[in-house]
Design a binder for this molecule. Structure first.
Ligand SMILES: Cc1cc2nc3c(=O)[nH]c(=O)nc-3n(C[C@H](O)[C@H](O)[C@H](O)COP(=O)(O)OP(=O)(O)OC[C@H]3O[C@@H](n4cnc5c(N)ncnc54)[C@H](O)[C@@H]3O)c2cc1C
Length: 391
């Protein structure tokens, strides 16, 4: 049964979570993941710690500098030429360019820590030494695997797989996010893309962990074609579009849970440390707030990385905990197995803007702002202070 739910417009999570935007995921090519600041000279004036009166959006906004027009747009075009990604990724890339070195098409293969720093071995670049390493490399983090242990120890699968891709299609969405649920636990969805005639499509299915090769796209296409073979609605069109999509990816949904987000001088940030899954719609908020807190704590710790990382954990732990609580029903609520469950889901989608669903939805949206951010001082002063750690 297809549902024209209450989700109108862009930027919703797969489960209709909070309306925080997310960077579109691009191709499976590797992306830059490590920065080195050799930017503004000297430490800036110290900011005082203390509870902020404003929520994350305002506090983070205080550090957003308006791009310097032409110059940054030109740099942004370079990134777009290399590897097109979403607006948010481009915005962050552009804002971080001054004083940041990006290594494209490379990955870390080994990390060796001692009392003073971390020696990082890359697949292509020569080994380098850093004061700290921050793994912000997503739910399948290599940094986490190298410094903390294998993925299976930290990732809790939700029993749900989702494929996402961009398709050129004339599906008449009229600005709506449309979903079609079918037994057993299948969801086909389409929402408007950024360009006219473009849609963002999704194909989800419930399953115990599969031993699939994440690089074998052809095998993933076949897997989805089999699972959705008898699903009606627009599924056949989406399956056709999937085969030529430039940005197709399939992944399992799993929450990342760790008791501590650092080991010595290696820390984790965003999905690498506390992926909440798209079902919550809060992953981008967690990643951005986490980056703000980690940078702020390091910048104001006077070179003491241990206390900075302790504070990072203290400030983020309650925020992450509430964000990782899935919306009612979890994966089963998003992709019910049976017809009754699907009817109930459709009913709840139709009533999304009315009581009691409106309150449930509002509570989920509100979670993004459920943190009082410390004030670390002016954002422009932070990079200089981070130099103490070589980040
Ligand atoms: C389909 C979908 C819908 C979503 N919807 C929402 C939503 O509506 N709202 C919301 O808040 N969140 C949403 N999210 C979640 C959100 O996208 C993530 O939580 C967020 O992007 C996490 O940011 P991150 O920087 O930690 O990780 P990522 O955005 O995953 O970035 C990690 C980066 O590291 C790179 N990388 C990975 N491995 C390596 C390596 N070995 N070497 C070098 N680089 C590497 C990757 O290429 C990537 O660029 C959604 C996620 C998905 C998949």
């Amino acid at each position: 049964m297809a549902t024209r739910g209450g989700l109108h417009g862009h930027g919703r999570g797969a489960g209709g979570g909070a309306p925080a935007g997310r960077a579109d995921r691009g191709s499976a090519r590797r992306r830059p993941y490590r920065d080195r600041a050799d930017g503004p000279d000297g430490p800036g004036a110290g900011g005082e710690r203390g509870p902020a009166r404003t929520g994350p959006r305002r506090r983070l906004g205080a550090h957003h500098r308006r791009p310097a027009g032409r110059q940054l747009r030109r740099r942004g075009d370079r990134l777009r030429d290399r590897d097109p990604r979403g607006d948010l990724a481009r915005l962050l890339y552009e804002a971080s360019l001054p004083g940041t070195e990006y290594l494209f098409d490379d990955t870390v293969t080994a990390l060796e820590q001692d009392a003073d720093g971390v020696t990082v071995t890359f697949e292509r670049a020569a080994p380098r030494r850093f004061g700290m390493v921050v793994g912000a490399d997503g739910p399948h983090s290599v940094v986490r695997a190298l410094a903390f242990g294998p993925e299976r120890e930290f990732v809790r699968p939700l029993g749900l797989y989702t494929a996402w891709f961009t398709a050129t299609d004339d599906l008449d969405l009229d600005g709506w996010y449309m979903m079609h649920n079918a037994p057993p636990g299948l969801v086909a969805s389409a929402r408007p893309g950024r360009l006219p005639g473009e849609i963002k499509a999704g194909l989800s299915f419930r399953s115990a962990p599969l031993a699939h090769d994440r690089r074998d796209i052809a095998a993933q296409h076949e897997l989805l074609a089999r699972r959705f073979a008898r699903v009606g609605w627009q599924a056949p069109r989406l399956l056709r579009a999937m085969r030529t999509a430039p940005d197709f990816f399939l992944d399992s949904m799993g929450q990342v849970r760790l008791d501590g987000w650092s080991r010595g001088r290696v820390a984790l940030l965003g999905d690498a440390g506390y992926c909440a899954t798209p079902l919550t719609g809060l992953g981008t908020s967690l990643a951005l707030v986490g980056a703000y807190v980690l940078a702020g704590e390091l910048a104001t710790a006077g070179g003491d990385h241990r206390s900075a990382l302790r504070r990072y954990d203290e400030v983020m732990r309650p925020y992450v905990g509430q964000a990782q609580q899935l919306p009612p029903g979890g994966a089963a609520g998003y992709a019910p197995s049976g017809r009754l469950g699907i009817r109930l889901r459709d009913l709840s989608m139709r009533r999304m803007t009315r009581w009691p669903m409106r309150n449930v939805l509002a509570a989920q949206f509100a979670k993004a702002g459920n943190i009082e951010l410390p004030d670390y001082g002016r954002g422009s002063q932070l990079p200089g202070r981070l130099q103490e750690f070589g980040v």
